[in-house]
Design a protein around this ligand. Structure first.
Ligand SMILES: [Zn+2]
Length: 455
């Protein structure tokens, strides 16, 4: 007998026009988009509420995106080739931290609308993102910008319209001081309305600013994106910049999905997407901690339903948020990626966020990377400023021991700096043997895995 899959969305608050938009996105996928044809047999149909319909369907994975290619997700028989030939759309490749490349259809008007919708969820962003604002960007140039790992580019070579790219180099551990001085000089002259930054990159610059006591322009808003910010990185950035800081969460595939408000919570961008929340089982941190699947609205060139972004989030239970917003999901935090999960020796899941919170309290710790090397073995590489590494090593071992339990064997290695993974993203935690996050889910909210998703 088939048991009904529960949907978390039934307990969330939405505007009256919202469920019909979800229904439209789902019908468009099931009825007129090639990649979703195999989902038809699982769809209970529109006599059932849209959230229950969505809940009974599989997750869409990056593997699915690669299998069907960008053309498989174009709805209503539109021609990908004609769209490309006319310049309406282009193809953009992403390379995730696990090295899996996906080719995505990029339709700029949809992306801009998604960004504009997200800006409504933060009052600083709302006033600044009105259009035409100057923006400085500090991230890996391989994510966006102009890479040059050998030699340096001029200001003109790093400028595109209203955007200035602060770094052509993708590894902050190798940045010379002269490069960071140039970034500060750029900020002081360019005076951007917004500084959009990868938090680990900006933290490196912030440490330089504080250490050398440099004067720097404080942008009206700093938006952190590309990476989930570590408590340590955030604290280092706050020491150097007085600007308000907001985290923006999204992806090339799904657009803008969550935006941090003035009260420090992340609100779902309900104008551009629906988010299904799949809680983890109680022993792994549920029901407040879970995975998210994103369904996008109104992209004429891309039908995306229940796309697994590969991230784990923690819900905020304080409703409404102190900022007054209450629509859709509200998060306390993004807990990191499923590929960054580790397990205790007893088999309980530990998110990157949980590791980060305990290490974030250690005085003198600048950067770290934790690797689970065996069922009960963990190695922490860490970099310190003052006090010396030996003192910090004892403290990091203690806090990790209390997190993973007495059976955990913890090794610490003091290093000069942590190097990001290609294309330039820090991975704070990971396990050498990947963890299958499907088995951590609360089964009341997750349909059985389809055989064609096992590979
Ligand atoms: Zn809020």
């Amino acid at each position: 007998m088939k048991t009904r899959i529960e949907s978390f969305a039934d307990a969330s608050r939405y505007a009256p026009h919202y469920p019909p938009r979800c229904g439209k996105a789902l019908d468009e996928a099931i009825l007129s988009t090639p990649a979703y044809q195999v989902w038809r047999k699982r769809d209970p149909g529109d006599s059932t509420g849209v959230f229950s319909r969505l809940a009974s369907l599989s997750a869409l994975t990056k593997h699915d995106l690669r299998t069907h290619g960008p053309g498989g997700f174009v709805p209503h028989g539109r021609s990908l080739d004609e769209g490309l030939a006319s310049g309406q759309i282009e193809l953009v490749n992403t390379s995730g931290t696990t090295g899996d490349r996906v080719s995505n259809v990029w339709y700029q008007p949809w992306w801009d609308a998604s960004e504009a919708a997200s800006s409504q969820l933060n009052s600083h962003a709302r006033s600044l993102l009105a259009g035409g604002h100057r923006e400085a960007i500090l991230t890996s140039p391989w994510c966006t910008g102009f890479p040059c790992e050998d030699g340096f580019l001029t200001l003109e070579q790093r400028t595109a319209g209203r955007f200035l790219y602060l770094s052509e180099r993708s590894d902050p551990s190798l940045w010379p001081e002269s490069l960071m001085d140039r970034m500060i000089d750029d900020l002081n002259r360019f005076r951007p309305s917004i500084l959009e930054a990868n938090p680990s990159f900006l933290a490196k610059l912030a440490r330089h600013i504080v250490r050398a006591k440099l004067r720097v322009f404080h942008p009206p808003l700093i938006i952190l994106t590309y990476e989930n910010p570590s408590v340590l990185h955030l604290r280092q950035i706050r020491r150097a910049f007085e600007s308000p800081i907001a985290s923006s969460y999204g992806s090339t595939e799904a657009g803008y999905v969550f935006m941090e408000c003035e009260a420090g919570r992340l609100h779902q961008v309900t104008d551009s997407c629906h988010v299904d929340f799949l809680p983890l089982a109680a022993e792994h941190g549920g029901p407040d901690v879970g995975r998210i699947l994103v369904t996008t609205f109104d992209n004429p060139w891309r039908s995306l339903v229940r796309f697994d972004t590969g991230d784990i989030v923690r819900l905020s239970r304080q409703t409404p948020c102190p900022c007054g917003r209450h629509e859709g999901l509200t998060l306390l935090s993004v807990e990191g990626r499923t590929v960054n999960l580790t397990l205790t020796p007893g088999g309980r899941a530990v998110t990157q966020g949980a590791v980060d919170r305990v290490l974030g309290n250690v005085t003198g710790l600048l950067e770290y990377q934790l690797v689970q090397t065996g069922p009960a073995a963990y190695t922490l590489g860490f970099a310190t400023g003052e006090p010396p590494a030996r003192q910090v090593a004892g403290e990091v071992r203690d806090v990790l021991q209390s997190l993973y339990g007495p059976a955990a064997s913890i090794t610490t290695n003091a290093v000069e700096a942590i190097t990001p993974d290609p294309p330039g993203k820090y991975r704070l935690t990971r396990a050498l043997s990947p963890i299958d996050a499907d088995y951590l889910l609360d089964t009341r909210f997750a349909p059985q895995r389809e055989p064609d998703h096992d590979h």
